[in-house]
Design a protein around this ligand. Structure first.
Ligand code: GAP
Length: 455
């Protein structure tokens, strides 16, 4: 990949896409705020996901469940107990690391998923693995590190008042399976999707918004009868690929990777990840997992509620199986922004930074630009009209070249320039971000023109 993460992050910070969280107080490790342009892109992305996976899907419906849930949810899901990492510290430089990662980084063909702390420690000792930061061989014992954030509900802070911030949105869907099915009289197969915040006390957050402790997920849990002959796993892998095409993610920059049996999460029978080639290496972007009936079975047992579905044709009660496509909003935004970032030569001695964002995602679809101050009032009228229909900005400062570069840098697909001739012929110049070509269009036809080109 051509561009460094640092270069792209600097650009996004200066342009108002992302700011360091709590910056004036020196920040809070790996927390980020989306600025005015980042939040527009984020909302466009979430709306597109919702349309593709929920409102335009003939199978699926939406949900917005609570972040704080009964602790039994996390016992049933396996998060309380299983959701912990084996950690050790280098006594010399104090670097904290995951014992399994220390081994796997040195021996990439090994997979330590499922090893006990004892096995991890023995391997590190026998192979004299050194601290990757300072080269010392002086580690603390391995301790399990709870990944869920704890807080207290109510006024008294004791063991009984402990609640957890959800580490995935999925469980809110599973516990509502029966409510949704009954209230909407849904027949299998059907899915329930939601977009919402999740929290994980990650030991190694980093790589900008790739891995954070507070993040948003877009998850779909698709319920089906396991005797159904349709290959639903493949169906959802294809839907995810279609969505990535819709948002113009360059297919050369990602690939589908099937998990080995030993790599599967405790709930999964099969998983395919979309892996994106981030500047720091390939990483999971979107996971598509076959969760079988693990979650409904666990919740049925723990809650003692009947979560089976009655097939009215066969009169048989079954526990549906689940396919889950799950993606992080911030992680997908990072891939989108990295994909879109280009530094291009213009002519012999000029260059520009351009974000080649899909018009469906760009913070602004259009920028209206008056060529001269004397034209501000007339240009503003065009802007106000376009604003009713499109995501639109108005830019009247600096020379015209600078204003075009500014819009290129934030990914605005089209600039609408109002010049002196516009007063005579009622036409404006449309400048295309990617080709930099210009077209002359009647103001009266602008709406139809942009409806046709903004897709
Ligand atoms: N419900 C299944 C689940 O949560 P996961 O693989 O742990 O599975 C799904 O997470 C997706 O959520 C990932 O593919 C990634 O896009 C995103 N994600 C997970 N942890 C994240 C983190 N700490 N920061 C940002 N995104 C994260």
């Amino acid at each position: 990949m051509q561009y460094t993460l640092e270069e792209v992050v600097n650009h996004l910070k200066t342009q108002g896409f992302v700011f360091q969280g709590s910056e004036i107080y020196g920040g809070l490790a790996n927390s980020w705020d989306f600025g005015p342009l980042g939040v527009e892109l984020e909302r466009n992305l979430k709306n597109l996901w919702w349309q593709h996976f929920i409102s335009k899907s003939r199978y699926n419906v939406g949900l917005d469940s609570a972040i704080l849930m009964n602790n039994n949810v996390w016992k049933a899901s396996g998060h309380l107990g299983n959701f912990a990492d084996p950690l050790l510290d280098c006594k010399k430089c104090k670097t904290r690391m995951r014992a399994d990662k220390l081994i796997e980084d040195k021996y990439p063909n090994l997979n330590c998923g499922g090893w006990s702390n004892e096995q991890l420690k023995t391997f590190i000792t026998e192979n004299q693995l050194l601290c990757p930061n300072c080269g010392a061989y002086d580690f603390t014992d391995i301790r399990q590190f709870e990944l869920m954030f704890k807080t207290n509900q109510g006024v008294i802070e004791d063991e009984k008042s402990v609640v957890y911030l959800r580490p995935e949105t999925a469980q809110g869907i599973f516990v509502n399976f029966k409510n949704v099915q009954r209230a909407l009289r849904k027949k299998l197969p059907f899915g329930i999707g939601q977009i919402g915040k999740s929290f994980r006390n990650e030991i190694t957050p980093g790589n900008f918004i790739f891995r954070t402790r507070e993040f948003e997920q877009m998850e779909l849990e698709f319920f089906y009868d396991v005797n159904d002959q349709t290959d639903w796993f493949n169906y959802w892998v294809e839907e995810v690929t279609k969505f990535l095409n819709l948002i113009n993610l360059n297919p050369k920059n990602y690939s589908l990777c099937e998990h080995e049996k030993s790599e599967l999460a405790h709930y999964a029978k099969r998983t395919i990840d979309v892996e994106y080639k981030f500047p720091f290496g390939a990483g999971e972007l979107w996971g598509i997992a076959d969760r079988g009936d693990f979650d409904l079975r666990q919740h049925a047992t723990m809650s003692k509620h009947d979560l089976t579905y009655l097939n009215q044709e066969t009169n048989m009660k079954i526990l549906p199986h689940v396919i889950e496509p799950s993606v992080g909003v911030g992680r997908l935004m990072l891939a989108i922004l990295y994909d879109a970032y280009h530094v291009e030569k213009v002519g012999d001695d000029d260059s520009r930074i351009v974000l080649k964002l899909s018009p469906l995602l760009a913070p602004y679809q259009l920028a209206v630009i008056p060529l001269s101050k004397q034209l501000n009032a007339a240009a503003y009228q065009v802007y106000e009209k376009l604003l009713q229909r499109f995501q639109c900005t108005y830019d009247e400062t600096g020379n015209i070249g600078k204003r075009y570069r500014r819009q290129d840098a934030i990914g605005t697909p089209f600039c609408v320039t109002f010049d002196f001739e516009s007063l005579e012929d009622n036409k404006v110049t449309i400048r295309n971000r990617d080709t930099m070509e210009q077209d002359r269009i009647a103001i009266a036809n602008l709406e139809d023109y942009f409806i046709a080109v903004l897709r």
